[in-house]
Design a protein around this ligand. Sequence first.
Ligand code: SF4
Length: 417
Amino acid sequence: MKEILETRTVRVGENVLIGSGHPIVVQTMCNTHTSDIEATVAQCKLLAAAGSQLIRITVPAMADVKHLEEIRSHLRADGVNTPLVADIHFSSEIAMAVVPVVEKIRINPGNFHPDHEKARALFGQFLGLCKQYDRAIRIGLNHGSLGKYIVEKYGNTPEAMALAAMEWVEMCIEAGFYNVVVSLKASNTVVMVNAYRNLARMMKERGVVFPLHVGVTEAGNGDSGRIKSCVAISTLLEEGIGNTIRVSLTEPPQNELPVAQYLAHRYSSAPSVSLGEREETILKAACDYGAPLLNHEVDDIPLEDEYLKDEILQACRRKFYKPEYIACPGCGRTLYNLEETFNRVKAATGECKDVVIAVMGCIVNGPGEMADADYGYVGEGAGKVTLYRKKEPVLRHIPENEAVDRLVELIKTDQAK
Ligand code: SF4
């Protein structure tokens, strides 16, 4: 491992410290509806017991601020003190409303307002509130949801992602607010690794390095999701980049934790985790070979297990032996059975060639986040689905029970042309 990138230390709540010198912090996110207080409290307890050191909960509407408050009260009353992170998209009002309620708030300030100057002003107000309540924040910019202003000004490359983040980093420094973590996730492992490298370099040059939350977004599920996450996250951790991690899987969130714990232990003094033999073999191989493949130091890897070798090569974008799948992990915004649908899509499209297929939980963030996809299946709510070709919605309001077949038909018709 190279030298660890020296960062500031961020404190979340009373006890969680994120930053160089501290063990890597593992976290995950609830996929229950935030309005379902009982289910969310139960899931938080399960995740806390499984070792999640931070738990993120989506706050899609103003009414959910009250729900979040109730969830927190129940947890604290039952002795579960894991800091909560509110996940906010687009609404600066909701972002400001949750500041008194939770220990950390995840926002993309660029989406606070379509007018960039207004977005900056709102972010300034938000920072003032966070300072007042002594909160931590995560500036989370995902590839594919950078916003019109950023894409027009900087483009949509890994360097552009880092430059866009630096604008908000600079505002935090100017405001004297340092309880900041930054993330630049992407589902494409090459884009993701390069975005974080650029940001680490730019912050170092600026002389203020905030801790980094590292993750591959929409990694999918099963072995592929685990391998995709491990090759990219381990490549960065090898370079000393990364202080807190989330392994996003389209599976129950507790399944993410052993993978994150394996990575945290391998690259820091975080506690070890006991894994099944097969899982350990897969994660170890992904970590051993991820960096050399992503860095183009090798073209092939000495693995006899052809399936595992193909999966690692595909995760590193060195060989495409099957369709590339992008699937979000789901959250309180998901309005259909994402895990089951994703598995059905995979089963029905496994033979398709040279294609990137996305399955996304909601229409609010799904279309933006599936940046690289050729085709997308996006839940609209109320049993309806929109199918996308590239970024264009081509079939809207398709009943859920027909949508997988219509997606396959769309892909096969296009491929036959
Ligand atoms: S795209 Fe998926 S994870 Fe992201 S907000 Fe929508 S449902 Fe949640």
